[in-house]
Design a protein around this ligand. Sequence first.
Ligand SMILES: Nc1nc2c(c(=O)[nH]1)N[C@H]1C(S)=C(S)[C@@H](COP(=O)(O)O)O[C@H]1N2
Ligand SMILES: [Mo]
Length: 530
Amino acid sequence: MSDGSLLERTRPLAPSAAVALAAGVAGVLGSFAVVGFTPGFPVAPVESLLSRLMPGAVVTFAITVLGDIGQELNLAFAGTLVVALYASLVWVALAFRRQVDDRLVPVLGTLALVWVGTAVLTLNPLSGAGAAAAAALVVAVSEFAPLVSQLTGEPTTDGNGRRRALSALGTAAVAGAVGTAVGRTRTESASAGGGSPDTEGDPGDLDLAYDVEEHLGTAMERSFRVGDMEPAISEDFFNVSISSVSPTIAPADWTLSVTGAVEEEFELTYDDLQAVDHEHRFMTLRCVGEQLNGHKMDTALWTGVPVAPIIERARPSSDCGCVMLRAEGDDFYEEFPLEALEPGMLAYGMNGRPLPRDHGAPVRALVPGHWGEVNVKWLTGIEFLEAEADGYWEKRGWHGTGPVKTVAKLHGRELRDGQVVVGGHAYAGTRGVSTVEVSTDGGDTWNEAELTERLPGASGPAADVGGGGDALAADAARNWRYAYDPPGGEHEVVVRAVERNGTVQTREETGPAPDGPAGWVSDTVDPDAL
Ligand SMILES: Nc1nc2c(c(=O)[nH]1)N[C@H]1C(S)=C(S)[C@@H](COP(=O)(O)O)O[C@H]1N2
Ligand SMILES: [Mo]
């Protein structure tokens, strides 16, 4: 039986498709092995492109109805597209095999096509090499496996197609498993301090470990733990980004450009930021797209520098009083009043460690009392505008550039000494929470909950510069809890926060779109189920 016989030429379609598909999957995991979950991963640009092209209404539906699953589906779809792309490239390489009678042709063809395809997608030759090598390995095994069996005298012809397909699948499975394992460690090292593995979570890097430890200790003391609720400082800080794969920016490569309608345009480096006095601030972030009693509201101790001196140095010259923050890494941008940015900070530390990659390493903006979206991560530009403009989310129909809405969440419940205890977090941005009221009869009667002391105010050498030099945190949530004798059977617990000026949290319910969820959180509590 020689190559190029009629039988070889008319080999059934299915095995080739299986080989192409297996090679496609191996290709994706091969690139993952080399670059991990970083922008070099070919699925990343496809996913970003899909989210960018998606009509605002579809994105809003996904956010409000599907929640995080929407983004996961998008990522899975992007992955499928890349597998399909690789499979078609491999298919082309396999088709050549029918023209040119050489087993190396589809192997080399796969190498070249997949490498170029990935490099075009990611501009990352290394990622392309990983993808190409893995895909070509699968093709090589499928090409040479039948030859090996022929040499060892096994019966061939009938089984050839199936053998090709099976050996391809087997190779893809092994390459895939190795690729996944190696890629995970790659992702971890990329996540460390914005790209340099050496700085991974090393508090010493911030040169402030002692202060921070003390602050975090205080925050833990000012926490209530009821059932599943998180303490004052979140252990699992939420994550919202337009791309599933976070940009990777090493501190040494980072610059911040200050441009636009200003007297002086300039650029700052990471070292420039480190050279000026820092401050620590407890601040809460809340996402406009979350559900009313959702978990996209968290508090951390942030370390960085006040924005005010940067604005002063630039000397804004337009009447607009508006500013655009930009992140080149994921092409995100948000516009909002300059006034809101003035008391803000540029953070490079979070809870005593370098800012994690997924939270915007090396530097993000923090805008007190405003919805999460204007707290731009991977910040690379502050542009002072002549006229107002829409941000990324506003172009998609959201209104998330204003102050956060007030909310009291119900996240914990338990039985303690025969009493029901409920608890949660209350937040009113910079308006502050003065009391939280709880009703255990569906809203007929109200009782005052216990509140934790407010978290400490900004500290560190720059604490006064940002206007945050008060003794108490200007923009941090507080914990509440309320214990009561169970009324017997299921009952409706309703919670509402009262702001410092006496304003009671709005009762009227609205969904998250377009300007954040409103209403009182209400939930059924069944003491017998606790
Ligand atoms: N560059 C960039 N910054 C961003 C986003 C983003 O997608 N890209 N998401 C915003 C949104 S919608 C929110 S709610 C917060 C979430 O911050 P976190 O992921 O650190 O919790 O980041 C904001 N900053
Ligand atoms: Mo958000």
